[in-house]
Design a protein around this ligand. Sequence first.
Ligand code: 5GP
Length: 198
Amino acid sequence: MNGLPVLPEPRTSPGVRSLVTVISGPTAVGKGTVVGRLRQLHPDVFVSVSVTTRQPRPGELDGVHYWFIDDAEFDRLIVDNGLLEWAVVHGRHRYGTPRRPVEDAVAAGRPVVLEIDLQGARQVRSTLPHAQFVFLTPPSWDELVHRLVGRGTESPEQQARRLQTARAELVAAQEFDHVVVNREVDRTVDELVSLLGL
Ligand code: 5GP
């Protein structure tokens, strides 16, 4: 021992960037807004569109924000091995990443972004170990509550459930390769652009 700290081995060599970036973080932290802005600025990035069994919110479009499907269709996708990962989120609805579009984008050499929850991120960690994992975190707990209540898209019961999940998810930030504090959308997007090597 020479007293120097032992650093963990980097998972990818310097200069070799991961094609797949997983972005996760608690409810209402602003993942959707940040990823939407990233997509506008860099249309070359493939942003996966998830399937979900939840109902669309006002303004959400099928095939743009999600593919809105029913339970039977979701079951079929699981059986056909059509999902890269999937999870029941907030104890309620199922969400999953269609496998084929991601594989096609990787094969075409496009950077890929998956915006998924913690359970999904953990699955991708084992199926795509060379992916990089980014956790978006709010500046403070109060700010997270403020953003969730302020967007007004969930009932008080749903808000309570989402905040309960959020508490557990914040603890898991340490499992990620990078933690980015989402104070201001443009700054967060700049940080992501640099992490994606764009
Ligand atoms: P929301 O209902 O607010 O659109 O999303 C709820 C949660 O589901 C968010 O944390 C979001 O990251 C997560 N989510 C969205 N798509 C997927 C997916 O394909 N897989 C997993 N595991 N989580 C997802």
